[in-house]
Design a protein around this ligand. Sequence first.
Ligand code: ATP
Ligand code: MG
Length: 328
Amino acid sequence: MAVVRERRHPNLKLPLPDSAADRRPRFPLPLPPTALTTSRPTDVDRLSDLEKLQVLGHGNGGTVYKVRHRRTGALYALKIVQSDCDSSVRRQMLREMDILRRTDSPYVVRCHGIFEKSCGDIGLVMEYMDGGTLDCLLRRQSGTFSEDFLAGISRQVLEGLSYLHSHKIVHRDIKPSNLLVNRKMEIKIADFGVSKIMCRTLDACDSFVGTCAYMSPERFDPDTYGGAYNGYAGDIWSLGLTLLELYIGHFPFLPPGQRPDWATLMCAICFGEPPSLPETASDEFRSFIKCCLQKDSSRRWTVAQLLAHPFVAKERDLMAKMEGLSIS
Ligand code: ATP
Ligand code: MG
């Protein structure tokens, strides 16, 4: 998607403020008060401190740049949404900012600053993930990922979801292109434009947000698949599909190369059997995917249960041992 957008806007330029505009005062974005935490301190004071190096990608209405802090030399990713964008795009950006300013987890992309320019453009400074998205990584290496690598990805995404879910945040758009990787092979959850903070336990979730292909059956038909749409369980379904895709190399509900339409996807998700791993995969991995892809959301495993699943628990034990070694 990002590639297509790039072609559509080959000459799109969004200069950072310069000269006169630079001297205008900048105000932190007036975001709604949060019940979760107070906003975290940020380490980028002004947008003008950042020098643009290259475009990293075009998202839904915004552009993401790789930028360098002029004084410290630190690299960041800067997402800019222009003032004249669609109101829904602006709402998504505000929602993403609202969530990222509250979160503080090694498994969630970090926010380093939030700005509103006097012209109305809004900017979000994030930690720079030099490996890009898992989707790009999959296409770059034009092969699939090993089980060991996927166990590592599963553990880290589950740790991220555990953090988010324990703070009543549902992501609602987990997919390969929303998981970022760096050269240390750390995986971080990104892109919170359609996420939601659940204020009450039984908060209704508007179902048709996020990427249709990764939506769980109960989002289309809550009565048949678990009674009600539960955003937490929806994130687990999307994670299962994501891991399956990274293992087989294409979107699991469709043959390679086929572009889905909405109706085909909905029929496949609601009326078809959930996709499963080929025989080449280990029993542990197959079982893990099965636990994520239960069509009935009430039978789908939770984050805590999946973190204890043997497919991921081995990797967790290994990490715990390594941390112990590095402390001693
Ligand atoms: P959409 O979800 O709207 O379809 P998107 O996820 O591509 O689009 P963005 O979140 O705006 O939209 O990101 C655009 C691209 O910028 C991403 O695909 C990714 O390649 C890159 N990107 C975003 N955030 C970062 C980051 N923190 N570090 C490195 N690259 C990033
Ligand atoms: Mg995205």
